[in-house]
Design a protein around this ligand. Structure first.
Ligand code: FAD
Length: 438
C-alpha cells in the first residue's frame, strides 16, 4: 500500500491512484450537482480593483473576448440574502461585522440567533471578508481594495482556453514557483518573513533583475533535499497548475475553424509527457478530499442560504452526502506528518505566509477569467490548508471561522480537481488508443 502522502515521490507507482479514481467516480455526480446549486455557483471576489503588488502588468493584459468575465451587475440577479443592504435588516450585535476577537467574545456571550436576528445564520449574510485571522492561508479578498467586490456566476464563466500566454503569464507562474524557496529552518532561526517582507523581497527581485528565467520544475535531486513541507507546497502549486492546464486543453479554441474542441496535442505536451504533474494533481485531490472529510461534523449544522429554502435543503442534503462519503473512506492524506518537528516551529508560519503571497500574485494575472479561477482555486487550497492544519475535527465551536467564500472556493476547487481527473483519464485513453492503433 502506498498512500499519496507528502513523503511519496512523484514517481511512486501508487495503487492509491486507482483508489482515488474510484472514489472520484463515486462522488463526482453529487459534487457536480453541488457546484451547480446557487449557494456554490455564485462567488464574490475582488476581480478588478486590486493592483499587482509586485510589478507593472500593464503590458500583459489579455484583450481576447475569452479572457473576459461576465460579472453580475444587476443586484436583482443575486440571491437577495447576500446583498449588502440585507445587513441593515438584521438585528443585534452581528449587524456590524465584528473583528475576530469581538466575534469570539460575542459567540461566548450570546446565542447566534440573537446576534443575527431570529433564524438568520452567519452563512446567510453578506460577508465583508475584510478580516484576516492569523490562521488564514489566503489574503482576504478586499485587502487594500476600494470596493467590496463583484458577484460572479461560475457557471457562466467556465474555466477554459483563453489565449492568455507569453511573458506575462510566464512571469506569474515564475513568481508563484519562486515562493517555494523556503528559508532553512532551525530552532535558533529568527522569525521567518512576514507576508510583507516576502512581498518586498519578490518586488525587489523583479525590479532589479527584470523577469527571472527560473527553472520551475524540480528535479529529483533537489526534491530529495527538501523537507516534506516544502515538497507539499510545491506539489500543491504544481497540481493546481496541472489542473488549469487540463481545463484549457479540454476546452480549447481553434481560431481557424472558430470551434471549441478537446486538444489531445495540448494534453500530450503539457501533461502526458510530465507524469509528475499528473501525480501532483492526484496529490491535490487527496489533500482536498481529506480537508472536506474533516469538515463533515462542522457542516452538519451549517445553514445554506440562497433565498430558496427548498434548494437550500437539497444543498444541505447533498453536502452531507458528500462529506459523509468522504469521511467514511480511509484517510487519503495524513496532515499529521507535516509541521511535527519541534525544531521547525517557524516553518508553518513561513508556509502560511508564502501561500498568502501566492494569493497576492494572482492579482498580477492579466486575463480576467484566468484571474477569477486562479483566485478561486488559491482560496480553495488556502481553505483546505486552514482546515487541515488549524482545525480539530473533534472540537466544536473552537475552530477558526470558515467564511462562506472559503467554503464556496473549497467545493469548487474540489470540483475542478474532480473534473481534471476525469478529463486526464479521457485524454489518457485517447492517447493510448492512438499509440496502440494499426
Ligand atoms: P505555462 O503553463 O505557462 O508554464 C510555464 C512553465 O512552468 C513551463 O514551461 C514549465 O516549465 C512549468 N510548468 C508547467 N506546468 C507545470 C506543472 N503542472 N508543474 C510544474 N511546473 C510546470 N490560460 C487559459 O487558456 N485558460 C485559463 O483559464 C488560464 N488560467 C491561468 C491562471 C493563472 C493563474 C495563470 C498564471 C495562467 C493561466 N493561463 C490560462 C495561462 C496558462 O496557464 C499558460 O501560462 C499559457 O497557456 C502558456 O503556456 P506555456 O506553454 O507557456 O506554459
Amino acid at each position: 500500500q502506498c498512500a499519496i502522502d507528502p513523503k511519496s515521490t512523484v514517481t511512486d507507482a501508487c495503487t492509491s491512484y486507482s483508489d482515488l479514481d474510484t472514489l472520484n467516480r463515486d462522488i463526482a455526480p453529487t459534487l457536480k450537482e453541488l457546484t451547480e446549486a446557487d449557494f456554490f455557483a455564485y462567488y464574490r471576489l475582488n476581480l478588478y480593483n486590486k493592483v499587482c503588488p509586485f510589478w507593472s502588468d500593464e503590458n500583459s493584459i489579455c484583450g481576447n473576448r475569452a479572457c473576459a468575465v461576465d460579472t453580475i451587475d444587476d443586484e436583482d440577479d443575486i440571491p437577495p440574502i447576500w446583498k449588502i443592504e440585507e445587513l441593515s435588516k438584521l438585528e443585534g450585535a452581528r449587524a456590524q461585522h465584528p473583528g475576530p476577537g469581538q466575534r469570539k467574545e460575542r459567540t461566548q456571550q450570546r446565542p447566534l440567533s440573537y446576534q443575527l436576528g431570529e433564524n438568520v445564520d452567519e452563512s446567510c449574510v453578506y460577508e465583508a471578508d475584510d478580516e484576516c485571522d492569523e490562521r488564514d492561508y489566503c489574503v482576504p479578498e478586499d485587502e487594500g481594495a476600494a470596493s467590496k467586490g463583484d458577484y460572479v456566476s461560475l457557471l457562466n464563466n467556465a474555466e477554459k482556453f483563453t489565449g492568455y500566454a507569453g511573458p506575462g503569464a510566464n512571469q506569474v507562474w515564475d513568481a508563484i514557483y519562486k515562493e517555494n524557496c523556503f528559508s532553512k529552518p532551525s530552532s535558533a532561526s529568527p522569525p521567518t518573513n512576514t507576508g510583507l517582507h516576502a512581498a518586498a523581497e519578490l518586488r525587489n527581485i523583479f525590479q532589479e533583475h527584470g523577469r527571472q528565467n527560473l527553472e520551475t520544475e524540480h528535479d529529483s535531486a533537489s526534491l530529495n533535499d527538501q523537507c516534506i513541507e516544502q515538497r507539499a507546497f510545491y506539489r500543491v502549486i504544481s497540481g493546481m497548475h496541472a489542473s488549469i492546464s487540463t481545463h484549457l486543453c479540454w476546452d480549447y479554441y481553434n481560431q481557424t475553424s472558430g470551434s471549441w474542441f478537446r486538444n489531445i496535442e495540448c494534453y500530450k505536451q503539457r501533461l502526458h509527457s510530465h507524469p509528475d504533474r499528473i501525480s501532483n494533481l492526484y496529490f491535490n485531490y487527496a489533500l482536498v478530499t481529506r480537508a472536506i472529510a474533516k469538515l463533515n461534523k462542522h457542516l452538519q449544522s451549517y445553514t445554506f442560504c440562497s433565498g430558496d429554502p427548498d434548494q437550500d435543503l437539497e444543498t444541505k442534503a447533498k453536502v452531507r452526502k458528500l462529506t459523509g462519503h468522504l469521511a467514511s473512506v480511509p484517510n487519503t492524506f495524513d496532515e499529521n506528518m507535516l509541521f511535527q518537528d519541534p525544531g521547525m516551529m517557524d516553518l508553518k508560519d513561513d508556509f502560511k505566509q508564502r501561500f498568502r503571497n501566492v494569493s497576492r500574485i494572482m492579482d498580477c494575472v492579466g486575463c480576467d477569467k484566468c484571474r477569477l479561477w486562479g483566485k478561486l482555486q488559491t482560496a480553495g487550497y488556502g481553505a483546505a490548508l486552514k482546515v487541515l492544519f488549524e482545525f480539530d475535527e473533534n472540537k466544536n465551536g473552537e475552530n477558526p471561522h470558515l467564511r462562506r467564500t472559503e467554503l464556496v472556493a473549497l467545493i469548487n476547487t474540489y470540483g475542478r480537481l474532480s473534473h481534471s481527473m476525469e478529463a486526464t483519464r479521457w485524454f489518457r485513453e485517447h492517447v493510448n488508443a492512438h499509440s496502440d492503433g494499426p
